[in-house]
Design a protein around this ligand. Structure first.
Ligand SMILES: Cc1cc2nc3c(=O)[nH]c(=O)nc-3n(C[C@H](O)[C@H](O)[C@H](O)COP(=O)(O)OP(=O)(O)OC[C@H]3O[C@@H](n4cnc5c(N)ncnc54)[C@H](O)[C@@H]3O)c2cc1C
Length: 560
């Protein structure tokens, strides 16, 4: 039976694009930071029509389908983990890139393989930019992966990736795959002709419907994040306000095209680097700026000294690679690294590429500006504050009034320092993974928590009970401070029970009213909360697409 399916898939996409060898499929079956499982095949359709046919054939063969974009998710949500009914076919979207600008670039229609980088490049000549700037933008994260995960990122004004305008294939309880056109573009009625048209951008301005009630971004987020006395977090994956069809769908439908707002690029920006030994100083800055500034900041990224140090040591080559190669070449570097790892695994040398890159990075000269290093020595807590337009003078005057104090200080970055500061901050996300690869003998597990604190939280910096604290080799705190979204990665020493410790951490977070995950989505790491389970089961009543996500049921029709 499986051989019939493979033959059928090859007939649709060509033999080169149906991978079955475990070494060749490894990079699709293994998560960036978490998760690995088996798959019958990885299929890489080259067009939306091929994708539609692949989905139909796989549904008819009653196998489990897992849609995958760039596979940069941090919780294993775009790959297999454990057993699945009928076995798994992973559908990789990356060959189907493409962006169509509509309404003079004020909106865009993106295809499944379009990356944030590609979108940024398409909008740049128009002086506009995409909704999202996330840490993984520079390693090839897709636009659609972001929509499916309600990904967040560093932009304070825009909130999670979100749209109510999408073209997608959903599977009904009776097993019929239906094409649902909620893109707000008239494309006709024949599924394959519709898909072909949207892929080619074959629609005229009069085909585009402008309905003010259908949002192509989270328009209300600016006011929402300013509500600093509200007891609910600003954004989190189980927040019903951002679950809508494709948005937050986590692979429970096959997403074929999305329509999104773009945003005018800020003409002038400034970045300030703040350091303090008193977390309350950052609390006040957050509350004063969100509550009192006329202009919302662009970004406010937090990084703790330990995170600074780990990224300095284990993320240096990433920063240098981005600087030297440019963002456009980085996805190819990662693909080459994955291929090298597949070969190394066959030779019994897992993580060889990480260890080689770490050895090279030790030979590289200092890559961080002197003023950042000085702040690292003087201060435990760091905030990188980026502001634009009228917000620049507002921030300059405000920070001049706040600093220096005995506990803290701030400086305005040069353009070079600003770029370094943000790159360094983004390198933190991969530092724990590299640490584990280089020190497998010391590390039991990485517990990576992605949390959203209530907007009214003042005690945002965690203090752990000693019996939990002493289990960790390192605690890495960083995040999107103004949204109160924090990433807390704990490197657990050998000999400790990761599950027990993680659950103890969850209990502490529950006591603080936190929601989790905030923006990395449940994947296979977190249990989906009721709002998410309801969203998933409405989208996929047969439970044939990405089942088991959020530790939900894996069997057809959600049978436990
Ligand atoms: C270094 C680093 C930094 C990161 N920084 C951030 C950050 O700042 N903020 C943040 O929110 N996240 C961040 N992430 C997490 C991750 O990059 C995001 O979740 C990203 O949006 C995932 O995009 P992707 O293209 O890799 O999607 P994948 O990981 O491939 O997929 C994500 C989900 O979308 C589904 N999916 C993808 N395409 C389709 C499709 N066409 N149809 C149906 N389902 C589909 C998958 O099934 C999966 O459930 C970071 C990751 C890394 C490695």
């Amino acid at each position: 039976m499986q051989s019939d399916l493979i033959r059928g898939l090859r007939g649709i996409v060509g033999s080169r694009h149906v991978l079955t060898d475990p070494a060749g499929t490894r990079r699709y079956r293994k998560g960036y930071r978490y998760g690995e499982g088996a798959a019958i095949a990885v299929v890489r359709p080259g067009s939306l029509v091929e994708l539609w046919r692949v989905a139909k054939l796989s549904v008819a063969a009653d196998v489990t389908l897992i849609p995958q974009a760039a596979n940069t998710g941090l919780t294993g949500g775009s790959g297999p983990s454990g057993e699945y009914p009928g076995g798994v076919v992973i559908v990789s979207m990356l060959r189907m890139s493409g962006v169509h600008l509509i309404d003079h670039g004020r909106q865009v229609v993106c295809l499944p393989g379009a990356t944030l980088f590609e979108l940024e490049a398409a909008l740049r000549p128009l002086g506009r930019e995409p909704h999202s700037v996330i840490g993984s933008s520079c390693i090839g994260a897709s636009v659609m992966g972001g929509i499916c995960n309600n990904s967040g990122g560093s932009l304070v004004r825009r909130g999670p990736a979100f749209t109510q305008l999408a073209l997608y294939a959903a599977l009904s309880a009776d097993g019929e795959l239906r094409l649902i056109n909620h893109l707000g573009i008239r494309l006709g009625n024949d599924p394959e002709a519709m898909l072909d048209r949207v892929e080619r951008g074959d629609f005229a301005p009069e085909d585009i419907i402008h309905d003010d009630n259908r949002w192509a971004s989270d328009r209300a987020y600016g006011d929402h994040v300013r509500a600093i006395d509200h007891p609910a977090p600003a954004r989190f994956n189980a927040d019903p306000r951002c679950l809508f069809e494709a948005s937050g769908s986590a692979g429970k439908v096959i997403l074929l095209a999305v329509r999104l707002d773009s945003f005018p690029k800020d003409e002038t920006t400034a970045t300030f680097y703040v350091g303090t030994n008193d977390p309350d100083q950052l609390t006040n800055i957050r509350r004063d700026i969100l509550g009192g500034f006329r202009t919302l900041p662009v970004a406010g990224e937090y990084i703790h000294r330990n995170a600074f140090d780990l990224a300095d040591r284990y993320g240096k080559d990433m920063v240098v690679a981005i600087e030297q190669l440019g963002t456009d070449r980085l996805p190819r570097l990662f693909a080459a690294k994955a291929r090298a790892d597949s070969i190394a695994v066959r030779l019994g040398a897992a993580d060889a590429s990480d260890r080689a890159m770490q050895a090279i990075s030790r030979l590289l000269p200092n890559h961080l500006p002197i003023r950042m290093r000085d702040f690292r020595d003087r201060f435990e807590h760091h905030l990188i504050l980026k502001v634009a337009g009228d917000g620049i003078e507002e921030a300059r005057a405000y920070l001049r009034g706040c600093f220096p104090t005995p506990d803290g200080d701030a400086f305005e970055c040069t353009a070079k320092e600003a770029a370094k500061a943000f790159l360094h901050r983004f390198a933190v996300a991969g530092a724990a993974v590299r640490y584990r690869a280089v020190h497998p003998d010391r590390v039991q597990e990485i517990i990576a928590l992605d949390i959203a604190l209530p907007r009214n939280t003042r005690d945002w910096f965690e203090t752990l009970p000693t019996e939990i604290d002493r289990a960790f080799l390192h605690k890495i705190y960083y995040g999107h401070f103004f949204c109160h979204v924090l990433h807390q990665d704990y490197i657990l020493a050998r000999g400790h029970d990761p599950l027990a410790i993680e659950h103890a951490l969850w209990r502490l977070l529950d006591e603080r009213g936190a929601e989790y995950p905030a923006e990395h989505n449940v994947g296979h790491l977190y249990r989906a909360k009721p709002a998410l389970v309801a969203h998933y089961s409405t989208l996929d009543p047969r439970n044939q697409f990405n089942p088991g996500i959020g530790q939900t049921a894996r069997r057809r029709f959600w049978a436990e």
